[in-house]
Design a protein around this ligand. Structure first.
Ligand SMILES: [Zn+2]
Length: 402
């Protein structure tokens, strides 16, 4: 039996359509703008807006995180460092009670380089001490071997860390050499994988562009933008996932307002709410308005902007950011930066789908996956209404509230 969502405002991932009904059969969207057949199950969406399921372009995930994300209409998370076995990946693909995931698996990092400093902080709080130390690369040969190992494990793309530590409260962190980075990027491209760089300073961003990455998992926060850096990013055709929520947290911001919103608090446990109320606060001297202005300049230069959160684990040191809810916060900050609500929504749907080769999602069109989010009101005009969630479907399966 087919399901028809009728009387909805429909944002298809690019624009608001004239059509008001979307038909689903099994896991797919089958029609847009057609009357429901007599035997269809009809969902009357009067007063609501139907959107493609949202895509979070930067997370570090877990089964729990994927469940939380889906509850906020985030049907796909793009993980920028993490770990899953092929069996777990299959389980996620088939489980319509959690969000889908794509992953870089482990990123390329220098011995003792980022994110070792974050892992060390976490290990301090862990009973029994030491904990886990991730593998690292020091030579071009090691980078090539590392990339091959990740691709063999099922990495969808490759992540590289270019971080000297200033904005992370650890200046002088060891870094991967340019030569080693170049070798890793070339090997990833040879194997048909994109490379996404962690870079949070202007200088690291320049280096990321020089070694030929395809996307930036953050936007630099240490300096105002210059015409040179904006045109360098635009000319290289690189996408940018500014992660404004986490940048704001690194500069002392919190998710306090979000945590006080019943649309958010009703969907999170106390430990995630405590995380959301917290703050990274590693770089309080940073200027959030400069970062917003950089986003506007990139948009004006035609750079693809992707919405991402850097949501990770529920611990106080990773404060201000949680799965699902913070993607809605990111949309609000993108609008604050100067994107229109429609541009912000594209950044969480069609743009990441296009840049990550997810041709089956991020759009409402016949043949696309029925990953859908129905919200009260009109977030294409008032972005805050993306949080007024009425219903969610993953592969055509209605997601029940837990
Ligand atoms: Zn991250």
């Amino acid at each position: 039996m087919s399901t028809y969502i009728t009387n909805a405002r429909v944002f298809d991932g690019e624009r608001v359509l004239e059509a008001h009904s979307v038909g689903i059969e099994g896991s797919q969207i089958v029609t847009v703008g057609q009357e429901p057949p007599r035997d269809a199950r009809v969902v009357d969406a009067e007063g609501a807006t139907l959107l493609p399921g949202l895509i979070d372009g930067h997370v570090h995930s877990s089964f729990e995180a994927l469940r939380i994300a889906l509850g906020f209409g985030v049907t796909t998370e793009l993980e920028m460092q993490g770990y899953w076995t092929p069996e777990q990946r299959k389980e996620i693909e088939e489980n319509d009670a959690i969000a889908d995931v794509r992953s870089a698996l482990l990123g390329l990092m220098a011995p003792g380089g980022h994110p070792h400093e974050l892992i060390a902080e976490l290990n301090e709080h862990r009973p029994g001490g030491q904990g886990w130390t991730p593998p690292s690369v020091s030579t071009p040969e090691e980078a090539v071997a590392f990339v091959n190992a990740r691709v063999a494990e099922g990495a969808d793309y490759i992540k590289v860390m270019i971080e000297e530590g200033t904005v992370m409260g650890h200046p002088g962190l060891p870094m991967i050499s340019t030569e080693t980075l170049r070798a890793g990027v070339a090997e990833a491209h040879r194997l048909g994988r994109q490379v996404i760089a962690h870079a949070m300073t202007l200088e690291s961003t320049v280096q990321a562009i020089e070694v030929g990455v395809d996307g930036l998992a953050h936007l630099f926060i240490d300096r105002p933008h210059t015409p040179e850096i904006v045109s360098a990013i635009a000319d290289a055709g690189i996408f940018v996932t500014p992660c404004l929520v986490v940048s704001s947290s690194v500069m002392g911001g919190t998710g306090m307002a979000l945590a006080a919103d019943p649309r958010v608090s009703s969907r999170l446990t106390e430990s995630w709410l405590a995380t959301l109320r917290g703050s990274f606060n590693k770089y309080p001297e940073g200027k959030p308005d400069d970062v917003l202005a950089s986003v506007a300049a990139l948009r004006d230069a035609g750079v693809d902007i992707i919405a991402g959160t850097d949501a990770s684990i529920p611990v106080p040191s990773h404060g201000g950011v949680v799965h699902g809810a913070s993607l809605h916060h990111e949309l609000q900050l993108l609008v604050k930066a100067g994107l229109t609500p429609v541009e912000a929504l594209r950044a969480a749907t069609s743009v990441p789908a296009r840049r990550f080769g997810l041709s089956d999602r991020g759009r409402i069109a016949p043949g696309a996956r029925a990953d859908l989010l129905l919200v009260d009101g009109d977030p294409t005009i008032r972005i805050d209404e993306s949080l007024s969630i009425r219903a969610i479907w993953r592969r055509g399966a209605a997601v029940s509230e837990h």
